[in-house]
Structures are given as C-alpha cells and as structure tokens.
Design a protein around this ligand. Structure first.
Ligand code: NAD
Length: 490
C-alpha cells in the first residue's frame, strides 16, 4: 500500500523520521490506508514554507478575483471527483455514503461561496473629522494560518477554513485529525491541480500533541483556527497566548431541542431523531438534550422510543443504512462510561444503552441509539457532550422554565424550538444564548450564514462573510492631503 505523504512547499514529502500511521475503517477495523506521521521538525518546515510564501507578497497581492478563480477551480474538481471523495469519507468515518455525498456538495458550495466573495470587499471610506485629510479602512490577510480539524466532518470542517483563508490572501498549514486524514489529502491534490502557488497551502499529518502543538506554539504563525473538543480548545487558547496569536475556536455543544405541546408532533418527532442520531450523534450541533413540555412528555417520549427501534445501524456503503458506527474503540468506551454514569446518577434508561447484538455489527464500533428520561440539569449526561447516539430528556411546564433549562449549560453552540406559535418561537429564540437557533427545524447550516458558539462553545465565526473576516486584519489608512508644520515644539 502506498504511503500517503504530506504536502509542503508544493512537494509531496515523507518526513525523515519514516514513521507512519495506519488508518482504520470503524465499520470493520480494516486498515484502509497508511499515512506519513509527522513530527515537530517537519511541521516547522511547513510553517517556514507558508511564511516564505506569505512574506514574498505574491499571493496576497494576487488580485482577489484571480484567487477566487483558483478556488472556483478547486470547487469544480471536488464536483468532478465527488464520488471518490464521498467513498473515502465513508471508509474513513463510517458515516453513510448518502451523507458523505451531501457533505461533498456542501464542500464544493463552500469553495464556490468564498471564491465569489474573494473580490467583493471594496474597503470603507471614513468621513475624517480632521480637515484636509482622507481616511480609509482596508482588510488585509492575517498572514500564516494554522488550521486544525476534527474527525467527525473531516473535509467539511477543513473547507470552512481553507476556502476563506485562501480567498483572503493568507497562506496555510493544515493538520487534519490523525484518525481521518484521507479526504483532506485528496483535496490537497486538487488544490495542487488547480495551480495554487507553491507554499500557499501546506498539509501536515500527525498527532495533536506533536504536530498540532507546534502549529499553535510556533512564533511564525499569525492565526490558529481550531475545530475540536473543548479540552483541546482550552489548551490551544492558553498556548496561543504566549505569542498573542489570533485564534478562532469552534468547540463542542450540548444542544437543547425544545418541544412545546403545540408543535407539529409528526415533524418534531421525526426531527428529534434526526437531531440526535444523525452520524451516530457525532455532530457538534447534535440535539442531544430533548426538553419537552409536560403535557405531551409521556406520549412524545414513548413514540420516540418506538421509532428508535427501527433505526438501522450498518455499513455506510449500504444505502439503506441509517447510521454507521462510532469512530473508534476509545470513543465508544467514552460513550459507554457516560451512559454508566447516567444510570448511577438516577436517569431512567428507556432504550438502548448497549452495543448491538447483531453478528454483522460485531467488528465495528457500533452503539445502540439510546434515550434517558427523568433527567435533570445536575446530571453529567445532561451537561457533558457525549458525542454519541444518546438523548437525555428533561421536562418543563412554562416557557420561562424551558428557556432557563436550555440555557443551563457551559456550551452555547446551537439549539431548536418547536411550536406553531410564531410569537412564542421568536421570544424563545431571542432568549437562547447560542450561536444558531432553529425554529421548527434542526441542523440546517449553509455557506452564506455564520456558524459558531456562545460561551464555551468557542470564539469567532466560520461561514458567511464573518468567516472571511476572521482571516483578515483591519487597517486604517489616514492621509493628510495638505501637510503643514504643527509648530507645537517651536
Ligand atoms: P479533538 O479536540 O480531540 O481533536 C481535534 C484536532 O485537534 C485533531 O486534529 C487533533 O489531532 C488536534 N489536537 C489534539 N491535541 C492538540 C494539541 N494539544 N494542540 C493542537 N492540536 C491538537 O477533537 P475531535 O475528537 O477530533 O473532534 C470532536 C470534537 O470536535 C467535538 O467536541 C465536537 O463538538 C467538536 N466539533 C465542533 C464543531 C463546531 O463547528 N463547533 C464541528 C465539528 C466538531
């Protein structure tokens, strides 16, 4: 099997340490690829390449329209190679092929969106209060950007970072999750094919504590954009402080899904499943905290449990599969330990809470869709991001109580409210302390709208025009149009 390499300064490189890592399919634990394993030395080389490419000035002074055209090319190549990319994503993550195809369409869309946005900012002219002067504000690229991505949406998360950073004229060193690097490697080939100049985009592979840490510590880096867990995010924020880097952090969530008694039941039930069990619940915005009005609680929960029985776990390549496995043995063990704590703390395990019995699922890291009822906000399963197929159910009687419960979290990524009463829906949406609130829906996101968290779910925004602004510095240029001595020191 070919060893997949890193991409530094326009060359595909195997680091001198000659170390490699096997990439495992979580559906059957088979090795699907072997990739180079980087270290701090090779990461420094990649950062130096990005630094040189930025400091030479040629990329940032390439007309924005031209940078956009190169990104349009990348989008076209992603569309051309969509099936290959989707298959790689399913092999690597275990998610269904149907989902992976949707991801690839979204990813091409993200590249198209930022390709189009690249040349739209004309700066700003300020009415200067000082006579005989002009004043303008321009946005410039930040410089060298480190980008670190997670395993759950490997290429989608990478696209949210690569496309705006390059559109704005930055240079990049990206490290995908060591568990799921394959689609990011493939897209690096497409970036090369599109003709993006040497050193502008660099790919490093390896572990967080070596390669990732260097990307955060290195003084030559101007910005770190990270998507991943809250604990890593905190480490990165502390480490980045030493060199006062710009940071963008997209962290976890524990997202409330609030259902009022006057909601459309059929839709709310169907979407509660989608909210929580899509991609085996390994979604930062998963609706894992179901908060249901007292009046409908019992019937809602029993109907939900009935539907859960029909969820088909299986091979992501089987188009009838609803949901694939958990990403790894370690992660499934974490889900299992949180479920055990849920039981100890007195939550009622209604359904699931174990590995499936089916013989054909025994080689994968599968876990049954699970519902806990009788949950309260002091329970660990209600407060911690489980990142697996687990719903906790709480109940409320008044609107204020629903809001108070939904906001009782260190996280603030996303949440939803279900009701036919538009006024009530908007009142609740206004009170929720979250970066995204869905009314009568769950999960929609798109390139045009910002994405990010309040509270400990992160700092900054991706997507939309905000996602481009993250990759810019704001400069004020003041010009005296009639220079003359002031004579203060005369
Ligand atoms: P993780 O924090 O374990 O790892 C994320 C990345 O950070 C990986 O590439 C890893 O190698 C790297 N890393 C680890 N330690 C590091 C260090 N000390 N310095 C630098 N880099 C380091 O997260 P994960 O398990 O891969 O992903 C799951 C998490 O990501 C969940 O918490 C999920 O909510 C979050 N997530 C958030 C969003 C969002 O948009 N807010 C999107 C997707 C995933």
């Amino acid at each position: 099997m070919d060893i997949k390499k890193m991409f530094i300064n326009g060359e595909w490189i195997q680091p001198q340490n000659d170390q490699t890592r096997d990439i495992i399919n979580p559906y059957n634990q088979k090795v699907i690829a072997t990739v180079a394993e980087g270290d701090k030395t090779i990461t420094r080389e990649a950062i130096q390449a990005a630094r040189n490419a930025f400091d030479s000035g040629s990329w940032k002074s390439t007309p924005a329209t031209e940078r956009g055209n190169l990104l349009f090319k990348v989008a076209g190549f992603i569309e051309r190679d969509k099936e290959e990319l989707a298959e790689l994503e399913t092999l690597d993550t275990g998610k269904t092929i149907v989902e992976s195809r949707v991801d690839m369409d979204d990813i091409a869309g993200v590249f198209r969106y930022y390709a189009g946005l690249a040349d739209k900012d004309g700066g700003e002219v300020i009415e200067s209060p000082i006579p005989n002067s002009s004043s303008k504000v321009v946005r410039e690229p930040v410089g060298v950007c480190s980008q670190i991505t997670p395993w759950n949406y490997p290429l989608l998360q990478a696209s949210w970072k690569i496309a705006p950073a390059l559109a704005a004229g930055n240079t990049v060193v990206l490290k995908p999750s060591e568990i799921t690097p394959l689609t990011t490697i493939k897209v690096t080939e497409l970036i090369e094919e599109a003709g993006i100049p040497k050193g502008v985009f660099n790919l490093v592979l390896g572990a967080g504590h070596t390669v990732g840490q260097e990307l955060v510590d290195n003084v030559q880096v101007d910005l770190v954009s990270f998507t991943g867990g809250i604990h890593t995010g905190k480490k990165i924020m502390k480490a980045a402080a030493d060199t006062m880097k710009n940071i963008a952090l997209e962290l976890g969530g524990k997202n409330p899904n609030v259902v009022f008694a006057d909601a459309n039941m059929e839709t709310a039930l169907d979407q509660a499943l989608n909210a929580a069990y899509f991609h085996a619940g390994q979604v930062c915005s998963a609706g894992s905290r179901l908060i249901v009005e007292d009046k409908i609680h019992d019937s809602f929960v029993s109907q939900l449990a009935e539907r859960v029985k029909h969820i088909r776990l299986g091979n992501g390549f089987d188009e009838t599969t609803h949901s694939g496995p958990i990403i790894s043995a370690e992660h499934r063990a974490k889900v299992e330990s949180l479920v055990a704590i849920g039981k100890q703390q007195g939550a009622n395990l209604l359904i699931g809470g174990k590995r499936p019995d089916s013989p054909e699922l025994q080689n994968g890291f599968f876990y049954e869709p699970t519902i806990f009822t009788d949950c309260t906000t002091d329970m660990k399963i209600v407060q911690e991001e489980i990142f697996g197929p687990v719903i906790t159910v709480e109940r409320f009687t008044t609107k204020d109580e629903a809001i108070q419960l939904a906001n009782d979290s260190i996280y603030g990524l996303a949440g939803a409210v279900w009701t036919e009463d538009t006024l009530k829906a908007n009142e609740v949406a206004a009170e929720l302390r979250m970066g995204t609130v869905w009314i009568n829906d769950f999960h929609p996101y798109f390139a045009q709208a910002p994405w990010g968290g309040y509270k400990q779910s992160g700092i900054g925004r991706e997507l939309g025009k905000h996602g481009l602004e993250e990759y810019t510095e704001v400069k004020h240029i003041f010009q005296n149009t009639k220079p003359a001595p002031i004579n203060w020191f005369k």
